[in-house]
Design a protein around this ligand. Structure first.
Ligand code: ASN
Ligand code: ZN
Length: 320
């Protein structure tokens, strides 16, 4: 494969006795984990029933159906991110099978995690051409990680944090897969899914929230990049896909300030903070403080990593 591993050759999978030592020394990022995925891709056959017909289980050959095969490969890329970078065995940390359904409903303009599996529509061909896109798949799978990490209630600020977590780990997944630095990456979620003729670059931009699309998708991209523009709305569980722009942009800024690959220091801090959060109703301010705590634990009080983190949060109007 062509992941960032080309920067440093991956080590071979460890022998049994070496697993503990490997886990201890890895703050990190490039070691191959001893875990392996259990993918199960289903064809929804354009119906609403889940999971549908099993078309490719782990180790099965390609189906020939491009959507099913891409969903299988992408699930493997996401699995490897959590295994190699965070020593996490699947979405629940305990080898959870990765169940996905492609061809969910007809002309369905969305993808989702339903609490136990992923489902992907084909799009209606007018707004969306497909939802089989690595950033979208990684976003939905990250909802499973958040759910199994203490959860973030899908409403208001905690809901927007839940959404942001999915975008952050989607960006991390894509950038690691492509071996991109923060400066090289496009920071777009859903870059490949808009139908031809739609005036936009994707669903959301973490680099420039509010600029992902213009007036022919769902209105103009309403995402804010600063607390001054936080949107209070009863729609979409309190604007969870809107206000996520604020913590998304803080993550983007932090990666740029550090110049560190997203899956390295920034990803390690975000992941650790999520594991330690223990606050399903966390506000943005509680989350920014949690990332600062994680950064101090990992890199030390007064470290460059902590100073830059505070600077990133400050720029979007949050304490840390
Ligand atoms: N694609 C959306 C998401 O994962 C589905 C939803 O609105 N929950 O956020
Ligand atoms: Zn989501």
């Amino acid at each position: 494969d062509d992941r960032s591993d080309h920067a440093t050759p991956p080590v071979e999978p460890p022998a049994r006795g070496e697993v503990a030592a490997l886990t201890r020394r890895s703050s990190g990022t490039r070691e191959r984990s001893p875990f392996s995925p259990d993918r199960r891709i289903h064809d929804g056959e354009h119906r609403a029933t889940l999971p549908g017909k099993l078309v490719r289980a782990e180790g099965d050959p390609e189906t020939g159906d491009a959507e099913a095969d891409l969903a299988y490969d992408a699930a493997g890329v996401v699995f490897s991110l959590y295994a190699d970078c965070f020593q996490r065995n699947s979405l629940d940390g305990n080898g959870l099978p990765l169940i996905a359904t492609v061809n969910h409903r007809r002309n369905y303009n969305n993808a989702f995690w339903d609490g136990s599996q992923m489902a992907y529509g084909n799009g209606d061909g007018k707004l969306f051409r497909s939802f089989i896109d690595l950033s979208v798949i990684a976003h939905e799978m990250a909802h499973g990680v958040t759910q199994h990490s203490g959860g973030l209630i899908y409403e208001g600020q905690s809901g927007a944090l839940n959404e942001s977590m999915s975008d952050v780990f989607a960006a991390i997944t894509v950038q690691r897969h492509l071996g991109q630095s923060p400066a090289e990456a496009d920071w777009i979620i859903g870059g490949g899914i808009l139908a031809p003729g739609i005036n936009g670059v994707g669903l959301r931009s973490m680099k420039a929230p509010g600029t992902a699309y213009r007036d022919d998708l769902l209105g103009q991209d309403p995402q804010p990049y600063h607390m001054d523009f936080y949107l209070s709305t009863p729609d979409d569980h309190g604007g969870v896909h809107i206000n996520s722009g604020i913590p998304n942009h803080a993550f983007y800024l932090y990666c740029q300030y550090l110049g560190s690959p997203a899956w390295e220091k920034p990803g390690q801090i975000w992941y650790r903070a999520l594991q330690e959060l223990n606050n399903p109703l966390a506000t943005f301010a509680e989350w920014s403080e949690a990332t600062a705590t994680a950064a101090i634990e990992l890199y030390g009080l007064g470290s460059h990593e902590v100073t830059m983190l505070r600077r990133a949060w400050k720029l979007v109007g949050l304490p840390a």
